[in-house]
Design a binder for this molecule. Structure first.
Ligand code: SAH
Length: 254
């Protein structure tokens, strides 16, 4: 008997963002693996075992889930947002790539979810309406100079940039350094969107400019979108501003 590994994205927030496919995959699992706060968001099923682990324990979590699956158990590995975006789907693939042959025989299913940048963008208009990229500011898994090169290339080429993992307790300065870098390429008026805990109680989405962008309001639950030179803000009476990037880049820089 071979088991099954479902790597399931639960979206950025509460159950409204959970797709029916993800809910079915979670309900069908004998065991759930994930970061504790993500598991806490999932409805309890009788008889289902929960294996909570810390943020940062991704590789050990992937190995533990694959070992259980190889023993014939149906496991679900839970990710916030989408499991393929800076998350568990790649961790499980890495473990299979360097693991025992029996792991290659397992049934592996990746169930997509709404990633944070899409949830934040939808709350403010259409900042990702033209070409964009996503960069994690965490230098836990890549050197800082690699991040700087990617910021330079993305800003110079005219991409809107979604910044994941902008700040953590152990990484307090990276977001400020990233803004400094981007100011070399982008005008001070470039729109910057901060989306915090989107889809959860108390969520917050604000718009500022690259010149004024603070680094102190962001935390681990914040996603930052830095516009391109084409990104525009529409002020509206008694309504929140709309931020959008036009679909056409005719006449735009780059
Ligand atoms: N797999 C996740 C991303 C994991 S990296 C996804 O697809 O969304 C973790 C980072 O995602 C956080 O530091 C933050 O930048 C962003 N993030 C996750 N959930 C968020 C939310 N509800 N609101 C804003 N940003 C969020």
């Amino acid at each position: 008997m071979t088991g099954r590994v479902a790597i399931v994205g639960i979206g950025p927030g509460d159950a409204r963002y959970l797709t029916p496919e993800a809910a079915a995959a979670l309900a069908a699992a004998d065991a759930l693996y994930g970061y504790g706060p993500y598991l806490d968001r999932i409805a309890v099923q009788p008889g289902q075992v929960r294996h909570r682990s810390d943020n940062g324990a991704e590789q050990a979590r992937a190995v533990a889930a694959l070992e259980q699956a190889a023993a014939g158990i149906s496991v679900a590995v839970v990710s916030g947002g989408d499991p393929g975006v800076f998350a568990m789907a790649a961790a499980v693939c890495e473990a299979i790539d360097s693991g025992p042959d029996i792991w290659r025989r397992l049934d592996v299913v990746v169930v997509p979810g709404i990633t944070a940048m899409l949830a934040v963008a939808a709350r403010i208009g259409a900042p990702l309406g033209h070409d964009f990229c996503a960069i994690s500011l965490s230098d836990n898994l890549k050197p800082w100079d690699c991040i700087v090169r990617r910021l330079d290339a993305a800003a110079d080429a005219g991409f809107v940039i979604a910044l994941y993992n902008p700040v953590s307790r152990a990484r307090p300065w990276q977001l400020g350094a990233a803004f400094e870098r981007l100011r070399r390429y982008l005008p001070p008026s470039t729109p910057v969107v901060f989306g915090r805990a989107v889809g959860r109680p108390g969520d917050n989405v604000t718009v500022t400019t690259l010149a004024a962008a603070p680094t102190t309001v962001a935390d681990m639950a914040t996603l930052v979108i830095v516009g391109s030179t084409a990104t525009r803000v529409i002020a509206r009476p008694e309504r929140p501003s709309l931020v959008y990037t036009p679909r056409s880049a005719r006449g735009a820089h780059a």
